[in-house]
Design a protein around this ligand. Structure first.
Ligand code: NAD
Ligand code: GLY
Length: 363
């Protein structure tokens, strides 16, 4: 097992990464301060891992589970209420610890319930998708979607620990694995060129779920994320770089309807769009755009948005991004491979050219 630390002063916490971690009860129990716990999971993950996680809790901890419907389309305030219902039904008090068992949807919802139940209780992340192990379980962003915009309602709330058992990835569908690889590639593109080069060599081994290669990809991604979060917990600056591809990607996700495209798929295509715009600005060179496209393609991710999207609608969705300020879309763009910046210093014509290129008939 590898242990990384997210260094946030008194809110610091460990990320445990390795195999068979769900058989090590102590990893979980040492982070539960009170005598109450609620496991939050969904109807897909529950049959696979709920019993195992419940068995990690001793009888001295009163515990229950709430099983949510599965899917991005259920990441909303209505379904969130089911968590509050369970907490209140069992008369759980402020000493309760919530345990998020599932992918990023469950982690974000459980974390937001923990941030808001009785003005804030502890929670623990047990991420079970690659995407959630490398990204969403780390850093304390929690929340739900609104019909008009992705992740628009939320809070920063850090977990007590993250337990990433890589064995859980063996039951993940290939498409979900690829979606997770998009976020792994993101770290290489935005700030770790050596990692990008390592991925160019190893992406097929990740797809084949080679345990050592997967573990290294998760560790390196989490280390990148932990460093950025430690430097800028609430995104007043460089944390926004983690949003590479997301302004384009969230516009895709919202326009196709939540769940129509996987988050990671949208981020993969979004990163290509950001790379294209960066090249139009004379920053990223063509060879590196091609390298990025090739790696995303090898990860079995889509290379362009669906074809029926209207440019004006797409731009309106991009403007709704949380990074937008005063009616101006701020984007994460690439000075070069491994060097991302946040910028509104692009011309409208250049942005339109990128959208025409990706939303048009042919590429
Ligand atoms: P997800 O949570 O929907 O999980 C994907 C699918 O895999 C679901 O059907 C789920 O039930 C299933 N699943 C989960 N674990 C499994 C397992 N071990 N075996 C088999 N099936 C399993 O999607 P995701 O890709 O994990 O997360 C995407 C979400 O994360 C989005 O809502 C996105 O906005 C959010 N996100 C948040 C952050 C953050 O910092 N908080 C960062 C990135 C993404
Ligand atoms: N996934 C973006 C962030 O955590 O900031």
């Amino acid at each position: 097992m590898k242990t990384l630390n997210v260094d946030l002063g008194e809110r610091s916490y460990p990320i445990y990464i390795g195999q068979k971690l769900l058989s090590q009860a102590e990893l979980l129990t040492r982070h539960i301060a009170g005598k109450q716990a609620l496991i939050v999971t969904n109807e897909t993950v529950a049959p696979l891992y709920l019993e195992k996680v419940a068995a990690m809790l001793p009888a001295s901890i009163q515990h229950h589970a709430v099983i949510l419907p599965d899917g991005e389309k259920y990441k909303n305030l209505d379904v969130l209420n089911k968590i509050y219902d369970a907490l209140l039904t069992h008369a759980f008090d402020r000493s309760v610890t919530l345990i998020a068992l599932g992918g990023g949807v469950i982690g974000d919802m459980c974390g937001f319930a923990a941030a808001t139940y009785q003005r804030g209780v502890n929670f623990i992340q047990i991420p079970t998708t690659l995407l959630s192990q490398v990204d969403s379980s780390v850093g304390g962003k929690t929340g739900v979607n609104h019909a008009l915009g992705k992740n628009m309602i939320g809070a920063f709330h850090q977990p007590q620990c993250v337990i990433a058992d890589t064995d859980t990835l063996n039951t993940l569908e290939n498409k979900e694995l690829s979606a997770g690889i998009a976020e792994v590639i993101k770290y290489g593109i935005l700030g770790d060129e050596k990692f990008f080069q390592w991925l160019e060599i190893n992406v097929e081994k990740i797809l084949s779920r080679d345990p050592a290669t997967l573990a290294y990809a998760i560790e390196r991604s989490c280390q990148n994320k932990a460093d950025i979060v430690a430097a800028d917990e609430t995104e007043s600056g460089q944390r926004a770089l983690l949003n590479l591809g997301h302004t384009f990607g969230h516009a895709i996700e919202t326009s196709v309807g939540y769940g129509g495209w996987l988050h990671g798929e949208a981020v993969g295509t979004g990163m290509l769009m950001a790379a294209d715009l960066s090249a139009r600005m004379g920053w990223l060179n063509k060879t590196d755009v091609d390298k990025i496209r090739h790696l995303i393609k090898r990860a079995n991710l889509p290379l362009r948005p669906p074809q029926n999207l209207n440019k004006a609608d797409f731009l309106a969705l991009m403007l709704r991004d949380k990074k937008s300020l005063g009616g101006v879309i701020r984007l994460v763009l690439l000075k070069k491979l491994g060097h991302a910046i946040i910028s509104d210093n692009y011309s409208t014509e250049q942005l339109h050219a990128t959208l025409d290129h990706f939303l048009g008939e042919e590429i």
